[in-house]
Structure formats: C-alpha cells, structure tokens
Design a protein around this ligand. Structure first.
Ligand code: ATP
Ligand code: FE2
Length: 326
C-alpha cells in the first residue's frame, strides 16, 4: 500500500495505490481570482489543507495509516515553497510510521501512470500548465525529444484567457468559446521538434486589441494552431523513435480538440492512442503513488536516518532522472 503526495504547484493531492490499483485520488487546488500563482500563497494553502486531504484519502481508500508501506512524494520539478511542504509532510509521516519515503519526479509520474491505460512503451505528449514536452524512453533514460522554448502551453492559454477576461483556469473556457469559432491564420512556430508560444500570444493580444475579431474565432484559431504544433512534434517523435503508441499527459491534454487531433494523427500512421482519465491527467497524488509503488518494489525507498538527507529538486529535468526501475 503506497501513499503518494503531489505538491509541485497549485494542487495538493494524495493518492493511495495497491498493486497498481488506485484506491483513492483526493486533491485540493489553490485558485487565484486574479493574476498568476503566488508560490508562497500556494504553499500556505497546502499547509492548511494537508491534514484534511490525508483524512479524506484514508477514508476513501478504507484503510488506516498503519496499513501504509511507503510514502512517495513529488520531489521535482516545481515551485520550491510548494515542493517543501509536500516533502516535510512525507518525511514526518514516514518517520512517525517507520516506513520508507520514495522521491518521485513529477513529469516521469505523468508518463508512468500511462501504464494504467495499457500503454507499454509510448511517446508522451506532456502538455500542462508549466510544462510542454515530448518525452520517450530510450536507452536507460526518459529523453526529451521536443519541448517549448518559452512558456508552457497551459500557461499560454491561461494568460490569453485572462486577457480576454474569461477566468482561470483558461483551458476549459477557451475550449467552450472555440466550439462556435472559425479559423483565422496565426503564426505557426515550430523549430525542429521544439515549439514556442510567445509570438502567437503577442499576435493574439494584438488581434483582440484591434477589436476586429470575435473571441470565439480567436479561441478556435488558437486551438487549431498550437495543437497542430504539438501534434506535429509528437508525430516526428513517433517517426524518429519508431514507437507505435502515443500517450497524453498534463492538464491541457483534457482538451477534446487536442485529443481528437492526436487520434487522427495516430490513426493515419497506425499508432495506438492512449489518454488517462481527466483526474489522472491534471496534477494528482495517485500518479505519484503509482510510480512510487513501482520504485518501492525495486527497493528504491529511503529509510531511517537517510530520510533527513533527502531534499527537493525544483529544477530537475526529465532527462536527468536515472531510471533504475525498468
Ligand atoms: P505542471 O504539471 O507543469 O506542474 P500544472 O500543475 O499547472 O503544471 P496541470 O494541473 O497538469 O498543470 O494542468 C493545468 C492546465 O491545464 C491549466 O493551464 C489549464 O488551463 C489547462 N487545462 C485544463 N483543462 C483544459 C482544457 N479542456 N483545454 C485546454 N487546457 C486545459
Ligand atoms: Fe503536472
């Protein structure tokens, strides 16, 4: 029985996994009315909700603390003040219960949770708030084949949504408006397998400012353009690696149009398409517990005095992670 704690950014989540089965996946998200996420405030939020999220998680799973064999936590990457809260909580519980902790890389957890969908060796299109990466496993590591050169795709969408005044998170609101929009050409920015969004963002804001375009059309064109960039990069990674599976991860992957475009691309090149359910796509504790259990079984937990030596790693990259569990 492995408990996993997620706290890289706005979400404090706890999931419990047993033999690859998810027993619960509870989360509490810090939301802002205006402006972006303030790391210190998000961290305060996590401190406030932690005990209650744990209580709910144990209740939902129908177990008591004593049944837990290990505690996984998101060690990297993310906002330092938020990561620290999750780590402290993990350490305290592990020491109390006399069980190991398992430090997990958040991005890799987004990928590994894909196994639950049946994907075995996929290319991952990881499209979340802060991260946009095309990742696949090759000779001992998760390699980043393509990524954003500036902002994450979710932050880009949220930024434009705020500009339109349609609230946060912007993804669902943009998707809704796009349903009744039509296509206007926007800059398309892909270099090799890397993408960039800041040019498109500036252009969209100028178009909004001009007063000549409907919000619906801007949102529709935004989706068509940037999702085409992501799908192109993912397709190149499939071609380059010779892999036959595409897996989605991250909150932006909840988007219906992005999923549809990915499915079409997969069908055209004979690849299989996989997407976890929505509550496993956005940040969550279950994916941390899921990878934690895989690592725990390979004796990658850390126990006793060594627990104190563990620290967060806010800038760890996906390709820095030494994959010892495969
Ligand atoms: P990271 O995983 O990089 O730490 P995060 O914690 O911000 O980032 P997630 O919780 O995975 O990311 O996803 C949040 C993002 O997903 C937000 O930017 C939100 O706008 C976006 N999002 C959610 N639903 C949709 C949707 N239907 N269409 C597009 N974007 C969406
Ligand atoms: Fe994430």
């Amino acid at each position: 029985m492995i408990l996993g704690i997620e706290s890289t950014a706005h979400t404090f989540g706890i999931g419990i996994v047993n033999e690859g089965r998810i027993l619960c996946n509870v989360k509490d998200m810090y939301v802002t009315e205006k402006g972006g996420i303030i790391p210190i405030d998000a961290a305060k939020h996590h401190v406030k909700v932690a005990d209650n999220v744990l209580k709910q998680a144990l209740q939902k799973a129908g177990i008591s603390e004593k049944d837990i064999n290990g505690i996984a936590f998101s060690q990297a990457p993310g906002l330092a003040p938020c990561l620290v809260i999750g780590m402290r909580f993990a350490k305290k519980k592990a020491l109390e219960l006399g069980i190991p902790i398992i430090p997990v890389n958040h991005c890799v957890a987004h990928l590994e949770i894909g196994r639950i969908t049946g994907a075995k060796d996929p290319v991952l299109l990881y499209a979340s708030g802060a991260n946009t990466q095309i990742i696949a496993y090759a000779s001992g590591k998760y390699r980043v084949f393509g990524e954003t050169l500036d902002i994450g795709v979710g932050n880009f969408i949220d930024n434009f949504a705020r500009y339109l005044g349609i609230g946060f998170p912007g993804g669902p609101a943009v998707q809704k408006l796009a349903e009744s929009g039509k296509y206007i050409e926007l800059p398309y920015s892909i270099k090799g397998m890397d993408v960039s969004f800041s040019g498109v963002l500036t252009k969209l804001k100028q178009m909004k400012e001009s007063g000549k375009y409907a919000d619906e059309d801007l949102c529709f064109s935004l989706q068509e353009t940037i999702f085409a960039m992501l799908v192109e990069s993912a397709e190149r990674a499939l071609a380059h690696t010779g892999k036959k599976e595409l897996l989605l991860g991250g909150g932006v992957a909840c988007n219906i149009r992005l999923q549809e475009m990915c499915k079409i691309m997969c069908k055209e090149r004979g690849a299989k398409f996989f997407a976890p359910s929505l509550n496993l796509l956005t940040d969550n504790g279950a994916m941390i517990a899921y990878l934690g259990e895989i690592m725990f079984k390979k004796n990658l937990g850390i126990e006793g005095k060594d627990i104190e030596k563990i620290d967060i790693n806010p800038r760890e990259r996906t390709d820095d992670v030494v994959v010892k569990w495969k």
